[in-house]
Design a protein around this ligand. Structure first.
Ligand code: HEC
Length: 265
């Protein structure tokens, strides 16, 4: 036992110092936000979805893809509620890599990729032609596809909201912000390769919502939550219908029970 004591002390000291070294770069827990789509009756706020699409399009899409969302989804049930005509116009505003032309070519004489306007069936195009180009433009880091980011990270919407609004704080004394990176206390390691994406007035909302960093972030997080789970409203509705059915069934069963046993005890 006496021999074990110093060992235990050394062990405790090691753990302690490892723990202390960790705290400086350990991420903060995400901010706690309220979302309209939280809870069993949650639905997406249509206005926020449309504003969020605008933020994705005008800000995030220069670095992040959204591979799993097609333009027709923008007009689908449970989505941002654009009309089919609006979704067509949005699609037509994008340049999509074209299929080979009559001569089997996909590039013009100068080697540029041929493109065509998007149609409803197309998915959002990639911001970079390939991974190397994406990394080369982002200091070696790869901006992840955002289609499932809300589902893919612990903390979901709160985490993504915290990341995009978590810039601008001074790092604690002694913390080194690596060259080409930015201090973000919500990101693992606290050194992130994404420059602060949102500023006041990064976009101009046509519905009059003030374009504060917080409003821009709330909108884009709502939009990305929908992209991650487009069926949420249908799922909540079916859940509610099933519950209502079960309550009705229980009532009917109770009445039957009373009728069957009436006067029999
Ligand atoms: C200038 C390019 C650029 C823009 C614009 C940009 N990002 Fe990023 N983003 C990056 C890069 C690069 C990374 C990878 C960071 C890393 O691994 O250090 C990243 C990472 C992320 C992450 C992932 C963090 C994680 O846990 O892996 C999220 C979420 C994110 N960005 C959301 C957004 C949103 C939302 C927008 C628009 C408001 C946006 N980004 C705009 C470059 C960008």
């Amino acid at each position: 036992m006496r021999r074990l004591l110093p060992l235990a002390a050394v062990f405790a000291a090691l753990c302690c110092s490892a723990g202390m070294a960790q705290t400086a770069s350990e991420p903060l827990p995400p901010k706690e936000m309220n979302w309209s789509f939280d809870g069993v009756f949650g639905t997406y706020d249509r206005g926020a979805l449309q504003r969020g699409f605008q933020v994705y399009k005008e800000v995030c899409s220069s670095c992040h893809s959204l591979n799993m969302v097609a333009f027709h989804d923008l007009a689908g049930p449970g989505g941002p509620g654009f009309t089919e005509l609006q979704a067509k116009a949005i699609a037509a505003g994008y340049k999509i890599p074209a299929e080979p032309n009559d001569r089997g070519e996909i590039t013009d004489d100068r080697g540029n990729r041929l493109t065509r306007p998007g149609v409803l069936a197309d998915h959002f195009p990639q911001p970079f032609p390939n991974e190397q180009a994406a990394r080369a433009n982002n200091g070696g880091a790869l901006p992840p596809d955002l289609s499932l980011i809300i589902k893919a990270r612990n903390g979901g919407p709160n985490y993504v909201y915290s990341i995009i609004t978590g810039f601008g704080r001074a790092p604690p004394h002694g913390f080194t912000v690596m060259s080409g990176k930015y201090y973000n206390p919500y990101f693992a390691g606290r050194n992130i390769s994404m420059p602060p994406p949102l500023n006041k007035g990064s976009v101009s909302f046509s519905d009059g919502t003030p374009a504060t960093v917080s409003n821009e972030a709330k909108a884009v997080v709502t939009f990305l939550s929908w992209a991650s789970e487009p069926q949420l409203e249908a799922r909540h509705r079916i859940g509610f219908e099933v519950l209502a059915f079960l309550v009705l069934l229980a009532g009917l069963l109770f009445l039957t029970y009373r009728k069957v046993w009436h006067g029999k005890h």
